[in-house]
Design a protein around this ligand. Structure first.
Ligand code: HEM
Length: 457
């Protein structure tokens, strides 16, 4: 069986290592443009040694990566910190195939069933009025107000998360601050490995664990008082141990965090296309559905499906923006058997990378991949394609692979928040070239995306 081609960055000692450390996502993107399977040598990805890494993208590459018989997910083999790697801030715990299927069955019921998507949307709607009012209060005497858009959306998302997971009303903002600190710690480590997280991260993971346990004790004291994710997990069948339950909640907390940069990213893209048909189509959708947005506001007939049906173009804007700014640019795993991709051999016991971000730049799937073109999702990448072409939520069969359990809820969330913000405010970017930073594990809007807002006339 043939050996895969070597990475274009391959140089003695440092080539791929430096490129990977300076920006894993951009490294991966360049490799995906050149083929579905690429082999690279990276020092430090797996402890301090030099590791051979197989980079998989494209339909065939991702099919192999998302086949749980080929790879073991959860963490690569030498976790430097058991709190963060195996447990707390990863949405994918290390489980064998059968155990994962059982776990996924529970998760799908909790976040993917229609009634729980509606509960998700109801929570957003119930908090969103406060969010709009907070922003409105910043506009004094009709003058422009300058705000960091990403911070504002992150604060809202943190508040939403606390309510959705634990019925916790984060009035004092402590939860928001902790979540911030944890995410900042993980994603501001330029000279550490991008996937490393320690120092404050460990302390916060411990804080989070204690916080979750105290919420669990309260739920046990008054079981009828709550209708939230913790309660659903407490009643899940098969029964979760307390430790498993707390871990799943913390995984969900981490997973949900992607909502903020997704919503911000889509707004940035829209504002950068203000004078084009793209913006026009979105504003037309919002105008046509003003009444519906208001009725949600009055807590009537809240339904995720209804939101998506009314905003099909905005949905494609979000999908396209997520292709360019995916919250999880790549996934790491260990191969557990030898397998083939396009005739190339992937050996057992090596690190394999599922190129979520890179895949979106595969020239076979995304011609003119640098272009922002929501229409791709009307014609080229549709429901009839294989399910591996679009990977911003992972890929494969949702009940067996690690594909995102929250995709429908996440998309409805972003549609709703973006539609509400654009219905109420005229928003402009302070820097029309607003960019994302790629030096960290997650793409982040530079300077938290400063914008100017005023009321829509
Ligand atoms: C726009 C926001 C989101 C994006 C882009 C996103 C994307 C992803 C990605 C890429 C994965 C990993 C797939 C893999 O391991 O290969 C994932 C996993 C997961 N996500 Fe999301 N996600 C988002 C929001 C959410 C929300 C809101 C929830 C819950 C309500 C959620 C629940 C999960 C869960 C439970 C997993 C683990 C699935 C498993 O291990 O089988 N996600 N998500």
């Amino acid at each position: 069986m043939a050996e895969p081609p070597l990475s274009i960055f391959n140089r003695p000692i440092v080539g791929d290592t430096l490129k990977f450390l300076s920006s894993p996502a951009l490294w991966s993107r360049e490799l995906s443009k050149r083929g579905d399977v690429v082999k690279a040598y990276i020092r430090g990805i797996d402890g301090l040694k030099m590791s051979t890494v197989y980079h998989l993208s494209g339909v065939e590459g991702l099919k192999a990566f998302y086949d749980e018989k080929n790879v073991a997910r959860g963490s690569i083999d030498t976790p430097p910190d058991p709190y963060l790697f195996d447990n707390y801030l990863f949405v994918v715990p290390k489980l064998n195939l059968e155990a994962h299927k059982i776990r996924k069955g529970i998760l799908l019921q909790v976040v993917h069933s229609p009634e729980n998507i509606d509960r998700f949307i109801e929570t957003i709607v119930s908090l969103s009025q406060g969010f709009i009012e907070t922003l409105s209060a910043k506009i004094k005497d009709g003058k422009l107000a300058k705000i960091p858009l990403n911070t504002a959306i992150r604060q809202f998302t943190a508040r939403f998360t606390a309510k959705y997971l634990w019925s916790y009303d984060d009035a004092d903002g402590i939860f928001i601050r902790k979540q911030y600190e944890a995410i900042n710690d993980i994603s501001s480590v330029p000279l550490k490995l991008p996937f490393f997280a320690y120092n404050d991260g460990i302390k916060i993971a411990k804080w989070l664990r204690e916080f979750s346990y105290s919420r669990l004790a309260e739920h046990r004291l008054e079981p009828d008082k709550y209708n939230d994710t913790m309660k659903l997990l407490m009643n899940a069948v098969p029964r979760l141990t307390d430790e498993e339950l707390i871990l799943e909640l913390n995984h969900l907390l981490f997973a949900i965090n992607g909502l903020s940069s997704t919503a911000t990213g889509a707004i940035i893209k829209l504002l950068q296309h203000k004078n084009t048909e793209i913006y026009g189509k979105v504003t037309a959708e919002i105008e046509n559905n003003r009444e519906l947005l208001e009725s949600f506001n009055n807590n009537q007939s809240i339904n995720g499906k209804k939101i998506d049906e009314k905003f099909p173009y905005l949905l494609n804007v979000i999908r396209e923006s997520l292709r360019l700014y995916p919250v999880a640019p790549m996934q790491l795993a260990n191969s557990v058997r030898e397998f083939q991709v396009e005739g190339y051999k992937i050996p057992k016991d090596v690190i394999v990378i599922g190129a979520i971000y890179g895949n979106g730049f595969d020239p076979k799937l995304y011609p003119d991949s640098e272009e922002f073109r929501p229409e791709r999702f009307e014609h080229e990448i549709t429901n009839t394609t294989s399910g591996y072409e679009y990977s911003s939520f992972g890929a494969g069969d949702i009940s067996t692979s690690h594909r995102c359990a929250g995709q429908p809820a996440a998309l409805s969330y972003c549609v709703y928040i973006i539609a509400r913000l654009l219905a109420k405010f005229e928003i402009s970017l302070v820097d029309s070239n607003q960019s994302f930073s790629w030096t960290t594990a997650f793409p982040r809007p530079v300077n938290e995306c400063p914008v100017e807002i005023k009321f829509k006339s």
